[in-house]
Structures are given as structure tokens and as C-alpha cells.
Design a protein. Structure first.
Length: 256
């Protein structure tokens, strides 16, 4: 009987080790399509409105800067500051916004593409702001893409490194972009709002909620399971062994 008991124990340890090794290779899909039900109104809005406007790329962020009015020194300064700060983040491939977009224009009697913001700096005088608003409103390559039709919001389109295909590699630049949003909005006057969107940002938000749920619920689940095992087996080993197997094969919050 003793040898049989040790054999069963060794078999349990071996199976647990195998399952734990396989668990380390699991990949979690937190894309919008996978998280929401097919007929969910939010998923329908995403498919019908968001994807046609911004695409469904897993490596693209959209930062929205809005204010009433947007074309004023303070909101434009926030837009320029956010653009340059995000462009400096490690893992960001490209940033497109009013700061570096080019629009058709004339220079030296020749038709060419000119930067919308000269020198990539925000205008300071009312005349400069009005001239910029007029140019942006009449630029077909800007309005409706980087600028809303009512001129109250502007987008900063951020392309992440295409080699960063896993969520783990996309997490640092997304977190850095969110810090930029918080810092720029915190320093801007009231009425200037910055919001970060895009598939990587949504996925990171979902995984953050899941990690929080794990931190809150797993300790309670382990306590309840421990009590049930103790009442079932009346043995410390009958409690410890199943819990150790569970802890070994379960992914930690850091794995999400």
C-alpha cells in the first residue's frame, strides 16, 4: 500500500508538472471581437463606426484632443506637446497629427505639399490661430481624418512597432502613451480633454480589469476551497496537495 501511495503521488506530480508546462504556453485573446458577444451593441458600434474610420489594426492607437474651441493657443499647445512626447516613446513607429501633416499649397510659384504647422510649433497670436483654422478647414486631407467636421477635436494617430505582435510587447508603449495623456491633460487648462483609444489601449484596459479581479477574488476562492478540502479529507495533506497543484497550473495576473 505504501508503494502504491508513493506511485500515485509521483503520478500526480508528473501530470501537474506537464500541465503547468503547457499552461505557460497559453495565449489569451482580449481583442474586442473575442471579449464581447456577437450581437452586443458596443461590438456593433465598433464594427460599424470605429473600424471603417480607424481600421482594426492591433498596433494602432488614436489619441483624441478636444476643446471648445480647439483652435486656441492652449489646446493647440497640448496637441503639439502630446505629439512630440508620444513620438519619443520607445516602441512607437510613427505619429501622424496636425503637427506633421502636409497639405497642398503654393511656394515659389510652384504647387507643393506644405506642413500645416510651420516648424511643428503651436501658433501663439490670434491671427496665426485663425490662419491655421482656415487652412485646416479647407484641407481635404485633414478634415474628416485628423480633424472633426465641426473643428472641435483633433486626432493623433500612433502606429506601434509592427514587430511587437504580442500584447506583452505592446504593453510598455501603451502605458507610456497613457502617462503622456494624463500629464498633458493635467497641465492643460480646464476644457482641454485628451482620450486614448485603439485596439491596444482597449486590450490593456480589459486585462487590467482582469488582473484586478484576480487579485480580489483568488484569495477568497483559495480560502473556500481549503475549507471544503479540509472538511472532505480531514487532513493537512488533503488540503495542501490540491491547492499546490492548482497554484502551479494557474496563470498569475502578470501572465495577462
Amino acid at each position: 500500500m505504501a508503494r502504491a501511495r508513493y506511485f500515485i503521488f509521483a503520478a500526480i506530480v508528473g501530470v501537474t508538472a506537464l500541465l503547468g508546462w503547457r499552461a505557460l504556453q497559453l495565449e489569451f485573446d482580449f481583442s474586442v471581437d473575442a471579449v464581447y458577444f456577437f450581437e452586443d451593441p458596443e461590438l456593433k458600434f465598433y464594427r460599424d463606426e470605429v473600424v471603417p474610420a480607424f481600421g482594426a489594426s492591433d498596433n494602432m492607437l488614436v489619441l483624441l484632443v478636444s476643446a471648445e474651441p480647439l483652435f486656441a493657443p492652449a489646446p493647440l499647445e497640448a496637441l503639439v506637446e502630446a505629439h512630440h512626447a508620444i513620438a519619443a516613446i520607445d516602441g512607437v513607429e510613427e505619429v501622424r497629427s496636425l503637427v506633421n501633416v502636409r497639405v497642398p499649397g503654393e511656394r515659389d510659384d510652384a504647387f507643393t505639399l506644405l506642413p500645416l504647422l510651420e516648424g511643428g510649433r503651436a501658433p501663439q497670436t490670434p491671427a496665426q490661430v485663425d490662419a491655421l483654422a482656415a487652412r485646416a478647414a479647407h484641407a481635404g486631407t485633414v478634415k474628416g481624418w485628423l480633424l472633426s467636421d465641426d473643428l472641435s477635436a483633433a486626432a493623433i494617430v500612433v502606429t506601434l512597432d509592427p514587430e511587437a505582435k504580442s500584447q506583452e510587447r505592446r504593453r510598455p508603449p501603451v502605458a507610456a502613451a497613457q502617462r503622456v495623456v494624463d500629464e498633458v491633460e493635467g497641465a492643460a487648462p480646464d476644457g482641454v480633454r485628451l482620450r486614448l483609444a485603439g485596439i491596444p489601449a482597449i486590450s490593456e484596459s480589459i486585462t487590467g480589469l482582469l488582473r484586478g479581479d484576480q487579485v480580489r477574488f483568488i484569495p477568497g476562492v483559495l480560502v473556500v476551497m481549503g475549507l471544503l478540502l479540509f472538511f472532505a479529507f480531514r487532513s493537512a495533506r488533503g488540503v495542501a496537495l490540491p491547492l499546490l497543484c492548482l497554484l502551479y497550473t494557474s496563470p498569475s495576473p502578470r501572465d495577462y
